[in-house]
Design a protein around this ligand. Structure first.
Ligand SMILES: Cc1cc2nc3c(=O)[nH]c(=O)nc-3n(C[C@H](O)[C@H](O)[C@H](O)COP(=O)(O)O)c2cc1C
Length: 492
């Protein structure tokens, strides 16, 4: 797991530092300190602290955690539940996996704290079955927390009883939506329902439930331990704390990066990840399958909830894919729509049928079988699906189409006119070459090459056999000396 180091790491600071299988290692790093502090307070005061901190949900609309706690606390219910949404099924997203695998006790402590504040007895952590290591580490963490009196009956002598259950879920994207996830927890089909009622009023088994994203939850122990003012010293107005993004694509460093909210996309890409001189950037895709594709002149947008909403950047997964001139806007939009077609639960017609029709229209455009008059029809249909779908899947899935029509219309026109896109030719023209003046013969590139097509001896410049090279870029990313360069053959 690659973590791109920054000066403001909260959630990622202990990943790779503590031993995730040893509770003592977590305790040495202030672990369960927040719980010890919280049980000395009234639950209402813990809620007040969270309200004051203005911590906002990291998984969707940025709804304040303290407000969700307060509303759920005030609803009548025989039993109340906490649900930690540890799904990470958006393409390119693996944040939940890293947070749980690297620091499972942080999540366990956070769920207990939520339960204490809201007055719950039971917490569920919902995690996809593919994340097997995360599941086994969570199980171990729960056992260890029980042995130490942090979980179970009469926690730390406070009279508070709380249990956590792991729910291993099938890896279905649509079931990450909170009402679908709750249905799944109850043993029903993972389909969403209209809101209201919200989970805070009627969640698991019809009882008041707090459902939060894993990144939101992971913040809770830090906020309780260090206080509201501490959180407010990080980030910018109304957007306090940090956000974890998953970076991929045509940048030097890929992986997870944690930055204060408000950091611009440009800073994340250029200052933290780096862009090779030879890379011709085209745009940035933000927010996974439901997100938008933005052109380079929009990179100065600060990462705030208000901007996420304004530019339709569905930021939940925090995925940022950096695109270059080899990437075609239409092909990208088509891939994301095809993903949404497969992942749609099929409950509402707009999403089930509408997305399929959009996919067919994009297929026709890609194959050069459409006309320019089809573009406004495509836009109209995409807008209808956004407006009339039941849940956030259908309401947001057309964003890649709408944003590429807005910002990369030439890609559509090229496909329609020429049946192809220049990006394909550019991709074919690319090759990697090792600059002998920069190569020190460290052999790092030849060791990561999956095709074994890099030759050379230690301390002597290496060479790439371009006939065998599959252009995966592993050597380019691995080289610490900038010796592997991207070259282009002349495109005729
Ligand atoms: C199709 C779809 C998939 C979603 N997947 C996830 C997910 O994997 N993890 C998650 O936390 N929220 C996901 N959400 C958002 C949740 O419905 C919900 O808004 C979020 O968990 C609330 O947490 P927060 O208040 O901490 O942000 C998804 C929403 C939709 C529409």
């Amino acid at each position: 797991m690659d973590i791109i180091k920054t000066d403001t790491q909260i959630l990622l600071q202990n990943i790779g530092v503590i031993d995730p299988e040893e509770i003592s290692s977590y305790i040495e790093h202030d672990g369960y300190g927040a719980l010890k502090k919280a049980v000395q307070m009234n639950p209402e005061d813990v809620v007040a602290l969270m309200l004051e901190s203005e911590l906002r949900g990291r998984g969707g609309s940025g709804f304040p955690v303290g407000m969700k706690w307060k509303i759920t606390r005030e609803h009548e219910g025989e039993i109340k539940y906490i649900v930690c949404n540890a799904n990470d099924l958006d393409p390119g997203d693996y944040k939940a996996k890293v947070l749980v695998e690297g620091n499972p006790h942080n999540i366990v402590e956070a769920v207990i704290l939520s339960g204490y504040a809201v007055g719950c007895r039971i917490g569920y952590i919902n995690i996809p079955m593919e994340n097997t290591l995360a599941v086994s580490r969570l199980k171990k963490a729960i056992e260890q927390a029980k042995e130490h009196g942090f979980l179970g009956e009469n926690i730390l002598g406070s009279g508070f009883d709380f249990d956590i259950y792991i729910r291993v879920a099938t890896g279905v994207f649509a079931s990450g939506e909170e009402t679908a996830l709750i249905a799944n927890l109850e043993g029903k089909r993972g389909e969403p329902h209209h809101k209201p009622p919200y989970p805070s009023a009627e969640g698991v088994n019809g009882m008041p439930t707090v459902a939060n994203n894993i990144e939101t939850i992971a913040n809770i122990p830090y906020v309780i331990l260090h206080g509201a003012d501490w959180l407010k010293s990080i980030g910018c107005a109304d957007n306090y704390g940090t956000k974890v993004f998953t970076l991929s694509g045509k940048i030097k460093k890929t992986g997870l990066v944690e930055v204060p909210l408000g950091t611009s996309i440009r800073e994340i890409i250029y200052d933290l990840c780096g862009v090779a001189e030879s890379t011709v950037l085209k745009g940035v895709h933000i927010g996974g399958a439901k997100g938008s594709i933005l052109p380079l002149d929009m990179l100065d947008i600060p990462t705030t909830y208000e901007n996420f909403k304004k530019y339709e950047l569905v930021i939940g997964s925090g995925g940022i894919a950096v695109l270059d001139d080899e990437d075609c806007g239409v092909e990208l939009a088509k891939n994301y729509i095809s993903f949404a077609v497969q992942e749609s639960c099929g409950k509402c017609t707009a999403c089930r049928i509408g997305l399929k029709r959009i996919e067919e229209m994009l297929d026709a455009i890609c194959a050069g079988k459409a006309t320019e008059s089809d573009i406004p029809k495509l836009r109209e249909l995409a807008e209808i699906v956004c407006d009339s779908s039941l849940c956030g899947l259908g309401r947001n899935a057309p964003h890649p189409v709408l944003s590429t029509i807005d910002h990369f219309i030439d890609d559509y026109k090229n496909h329609i006119k020429n049946g192809a896109c220049p990006a394909v030719a550019i991709k074919k023209s690319k090759y990697y070459k090792i600059n002998p003046d920069k190569c020190i013969g460290c052999t790092a590139c030849s060791r990561v090459c999956p095709m074994k097509c890099i030759t050379g001896t230690v301390k002597n410049p290496h060479t790439i056999d371009i006939e065998k090279c599959v252009k995966c870029g592993a050597c380019f990313k691995k080289c610490n000396f900038g010796a592997v360069e991207i070259k282009r053959m002349e495109v005729v």
